[in-house]
Design a protein around this ligand. Structure first.
Ligand SMILES: [Mn+2]
Length: 305
């Protein structure tokens, strides 16, 4: 990335997931020493605080619909994502680099909306899951499993202007670390222009070849690239504190190598970075948040030598 002030923004959002706890992610990541990690790679860092997120406990039963279609907390998610988008767009117009902390992955809808107001943007989406359901296909109704489909305006999201980011060409989206897709997602992804790199691709080709190709796909012909790091792309042995753990993920070293490649290959074109799905309730002594901070540092240029 360029020499530029990093503005940390938190979205303590857990309305998009069933398991509670990812709302504490932004605090856990800050306590793990995020600002120091950023300072150590020579970037200056300011903290823009947290976006307000409604708590399910404060909802008044029977006065508001619980779901719209089959997307739980649709209205609340819209409002939070609009606020995230406004905060991220403000960061960009102030000449600072937005580093978004989740929260569940539904906040990516807001992050991407905030960085794509003027510029065509690719996305590299590190994740165990597809996040490619729509309200028409989702088995759970949880919006974090629909975030990427929403950004691309898939299915019912075509008519959802707050979610659909038309500045993201589908052919410039690459997913890395995938190992757990719903049947509907398998079909939708096979039918799409999204490049999907599974764990099996990483086993066969190695993390370097896969991530280099994913970054090339994401940057081809666009002005900038957004990096979305769902900590569940890692193996739960390394990152136990995530919203939806799935065995067989990328290793500690592979994750660092991937983030180092982000810095080397697209650092100057990276528009924004987000770190999501850290769940302190399921974590061990905050190690998942600490690892998240380390990975941010690698993406921002930390080197051994
Ligand atoms: Mn995800």
């Amino acid at each position: 990335m360029m020499e530029q002030t990093v503005r940390v923004l938190g979205a303590p959002m857990d309305l998009g997931a069933d398991r509670r706890g990812v709302d504490m992610g932004p605090s856990a990541i800050r306590y793990a020493g995020l600002a120091e990690e950023i300072a150590n790679v020579g970037q200056s860092c300011v903290d823009g605080g947290d976006i307000a997120v409604p708590r399910p406990e404060n909802r008044v039963p029977d006065t508001e619909p619980f779901e719209t279609g089959h997307a739980k907390y649709f209205q609340e998610t819209k409002e939070v994502c609009e606020d995230v988008s406004t905060a991220v767009a403000g960061t960009v117009s102030d000449g600072e680099f937005p580093l978004m902390l989740g929260g569940d992955h539904s906040i990516a809808i807001g992050t991407v909306a905030g960085v794509t107001t003027d510029l065509n943007t690719g996305i590299v989406w590190f994740d165990a899951h597809g996040d490619f359901n729509t309200p028409a296909t989702t088995p759970s109704g949880n919006v974090h499993g629909m975030a990427l489909a929403a950004i691309l305006g898939r299915g019912p999201f075509a008519d959802t202007p707050w979610a659909h980011s038309p500045r993201v060409p589908e052919g410039n989206v690459a997913m890395v670390g995938v190992r757990d897709l719903d049947d509907s997602e398998t079909e939708l992804l096979a039918d799409s222009d999204v490049s999907v790199y599974t764990m099996s691709d990483i086993d066969t080709r190695g993390i370097t070849a896969v991530v280099e190709e994913a970054l090339a796909v994401a940057t081809e012909g666009v002005e900038q690239v957004h990096v979305s790091l769902d900590m569940d792309c890692l193996d739960p042995g390394e990152a136990p504190g995530v919203g939806t753990p799935v065995r067989g993920g990328i290793s500690y070293r592979e994750a660092h190598a991937a983030m180092e490649l982000v810095h080397e290959n697209v650092g100057s074109r990276m528009s924004s970075f987000e770190l999501v799905e850290v769940n302190p309730i399921l974590d061990q002594h905050n190690r998942t948040a600490e690892l998240g901070c380390e990975l941010v540092a690698s993406a921002f240029g930390r080197r051994v030598l």
